[in-house]
Design a protein around this ligand. Sequence first.
Ligand code: FES
Length: 162
Amino acid sequence: MTKLLPQNQIDAFKARAASIEHPMEMIIDVLRAIQDHHRWVPDEGVELAAEILGTSPLKVEEVATFYDKIYRQEVGQKVIHVCDSICCWTREAERIYAYLQECLGVAPGETTADGAFTLLPTCCLGACGEAPAMMIGLTTYGKLTEEKIERILAAERAGGGA
Ligand code: FES
């Protein structure tokens, strides 16, 4: 299972799960750890999480598929979550989303040919005052324009944020 999570991390999670009354409260931590290590959570990751938490894969799957920032399919090196909610739509998100697709050469849900980015819509990022907004990794970018998108993509491709 070290492909999904280092053995010492599996052991640490199991020890913690055994010491608390409701191990399921750790589920996001476990899924995020698998994702951080493997980039996305395959079926084997769901089974590993279930084993760690002492529950069924179905219970893990219910949570994993509820959160759109847990990836159950392979994604690129970075995931771009474009806000698909009302404040952003009233501030020209449609134009920005189209421009992003043009720059990346992908449709929503797809990964660029070089594997650098996966483009996904998401619900409100909580940055409505900065609309239109998107998130890459843990960074939220707001007040997006075509020029700003070009700068952000170049900086993210180079390994950092804008
Ligand atoms: S509606 Fe886009 S950040 Fe809230």
